[in-house]
Design a binder for this molecule. Structure first.
Ligand SMILES: [Zn+2]
Length: 119
């Protein structure tokens, strides 16, 4: 039996992450970034493999530039700010790669590599 299981805080400690601009909670690892070339609701968006410290809102069909997608808004659990949305389903075949991914608004994210300076 291992007593050395890392806590979430430890898992993220030495890795570059994006923070919530509202409350500085860790929202995602920079390693999880798929593309920065996306559009959010208010500006640029980042497509991410995963996110943490977030909760999903109600599922809804939303017409986006690339067709109708079934999405749910994503909220930070720390400050309840909307930080982006989650792709449940894409209607168009060419957009299927987005399913199960997160689109996070760039202006909601703070990039921080400060931990690396200690090395
Ligand atoms: Zn927050």
């Amino acid at each position: 039996m291992s007593t050395n299981e890392p806590t979430p805080a430890e898992m993220y400690r030495d890795r570059p992450v994006y923070y919530c601009s509202g409350c500085a909670a860790v929202l995602c690892l920079q390693d999880e970034l798929i593309s920065k070339a996306f559009s959010g609701r208010d500006g640029r968006g980042y497509l991410m493999h995963s996110a943490t410290n977030v909760k999903l809102g109600k599922k809804e069909d939303r017409p986006l530039l690339t067709g109708v997608h079934t999405v749910a808004d994503v909220f930070c659990v720390g400050c309840d700010e909307r930080v982006g949305w989650y792709y449940h389903k894409a209607s168009d075949h060419s957009q299927k790669y987005k399913e199960g991914k997160y689109l996070l608004e760039r202006e909601r994210l703070i990039k921080d590599n400060a931990w690396r300076l200690e090395e």
